[in-house]
Write a protein that binds this ligand. Sequence first.
Ligand SMILES: Cc1cc2nc3c(=O)[nH]c(=O)nc-3n(C[C@H](O)[C@H](O)[C@H](O)COP(=O)(O)O)c2cc1C
Length: 342
Amino acid sequence: MYQLIKPVLFTLDPELIHDLTLNILSKIGSLLKRSSVNDEAELACEIAGINFPNRIGLAAGMDKACLAPLAWQGLGFGFIEIGTVTNVAQAGNEKPRLFRIKEKNSLLNCLGFNNLGAEKVAEKLKLLRENSQFKIPIGINIGKSRIIDPRNPEEVIKDYLASLELLENYADYIAINVSSPNTPGLREWESPNQLKKLLEPIIQKTIKPVFLKISPDMEDENLYQVLEISENLKIKGLVATNTTTERQNTPLWANSQMGGISGELLKARSLRITKLIGKNKSKNLALISVGGISSLEDIKIRLDSGADLIQIYTALVYEGPFLINKINENLLDKTKIAKTDL
Ligand SMILES: Cc1cc2nc3c(=O)[nH]c(=O)nc-3n(C[C@H](O)[C@H](O)[C@H](O)COP(=O)(O)O)c2cc1C
């Protein structure tokens, strides 16, 4: 069905379709009946002290302000990551800022953390937490407000802590985003000294599990340092990865367009980082793998490479909203087959 309407949807502006879809999902969310396959005991797991009904989550950025949580639940997700939320509400970069790279099942975005701000999002989350219909875990992804100078450490830390204070009560986990390519200077906070400076006060302040979302573009040496810092500070999980600024196999027009690429063009990079982390991390550090995942096969490879959980964004645009249900159904079939084979 989705493959039939996709050509029509793809004639329209990507951000317009995104906003329209989110709007519709926010209205019909409670009507979407979640299939019980998504809650079968075989799919459930406990990671970082949180109980997940299944391992497939909605990646950050799709629903920055938690507008359609019941819809994501209805579509079968095992958890959702809201945000990125910044302390100060902001409009983001100028439009157009979201592009399809259709021939590669990929997206290019330079949205720049357009969001309602932590206070407004907290109000929405408060209401959601009072709604007993909603049952799946929520991660809240926080980032730096654009008006804060990235080279002023005190201000940057204060900015993250302010968001944390407003949002932490509603989160099952907090994801610290230092990896978006669309906020000038943000990725500098992935360098070891800066990262330690930022994470220490956050860890001290909250009792919620803290995850760190990293970029796919750092050197391996930097990645090992990030891993060591995360283990030492008792970060509970890494979310790998955000979008890439690399331009390999991209159409010409995309080479001069700033922003981060997601989907199929990110897949190899994200998988490589998943494998590297999977091989070198301790059992205490959870790994959420994200980037170019679109099938049961992709998920099996990520889980075999050390990932505990999976997130998906771009494949929803190309494969449609029933993808999660389908994958969980197939995953369950495979689990059952594997068990009978024994
Ligand atoms: C349009 C768009 C907006 C995004 N916004 C955010 C964001 O606000 N915060 C964040 O941490 N990641 C954001 N991401 C990155 C995704 O969470 C994910 O890490 C990335 O897209 C790779 O997964 P995918 O290939 O399944 O899309 C965004 C991605 C897209 C495509």
